[in-house]
Ligand binder design. Structure first.
Ligand code: ZN
Length: 165
């Protein structure tokens, strides 16, 4: 029997996963869905999870607790911005808790959430919603395969469970 292939950079890894926060809230799960495929070593998944999967084999189950630093980052106070109501489109629905997309200074889309409204001053939080949170992953490794040349050049997986284009 051939030696089992272990997870390393340049391989496509298919996993079932469940992401739970410390308060027990399930944020994301592939349960009842297609497993997720990602290209290992290319930052497709959070660094702490990618590091934990390195060297593992298909059929393994693992539980990984990922710190904010190795997950979606710590919460940055400077990601809170005061924006005047006039900066929003006139018909925009402005309520606490509403999420929307803006453009950063490099014209990249960036997600923000309204956290406070005081008269015409709107406070928008541009932190990632999972910044500052410990991420508890339960992962089941389904399959490991080499990436195609096209996947290598794009830096992500194509086909089932992969990038939709
Ligand atoms: Zn692609």
């Amino acid at each position: 029997m051939a030696e089992a292939q272990t997870i390393a950079a340049g391989l496509v890894v298919t996993v079932h996963y469940k992401l739970t926060l410390d308060d027990g809230q399930v944020v994301d799960s592939s349960e009842g869905d297609e497993p997720m495929a990602y290209l290992h070593g290319r930052g497709n998944i959070v660094p702490g999870l990618e590091a934990a999967l390195e060297g593992k084999t298909a059929g393994e189950d693992l539980k990984v607790s990922v710190s904010p630093e190795e997950g979606y980052g710590v919460r940055r106070p400077d990601a809170l911005h005061q924006v005047n109501r006039s900066a929003f489109p006139e018909d925009a629905k402005l309520e606490v808790g509403i999420a929307f997309q803006a453009m950063d200074e490099h014209e990249n889309p960036i997600a923000g959430t309204i956290t406070a409204i005081e008269n015409d001053e709107i406070t928008v939080d541009f932190n990632h919603p999972l910044a500052g949170r410990t991420l508890n992953f339960e992962v089941q490794i389904i399959e490991i395969r080499p990436a195609t040349a096209e996947e290598q050049s794009h830096g992500h997986v194509h086909g089932p469970g992969g990038h939709p284009h």
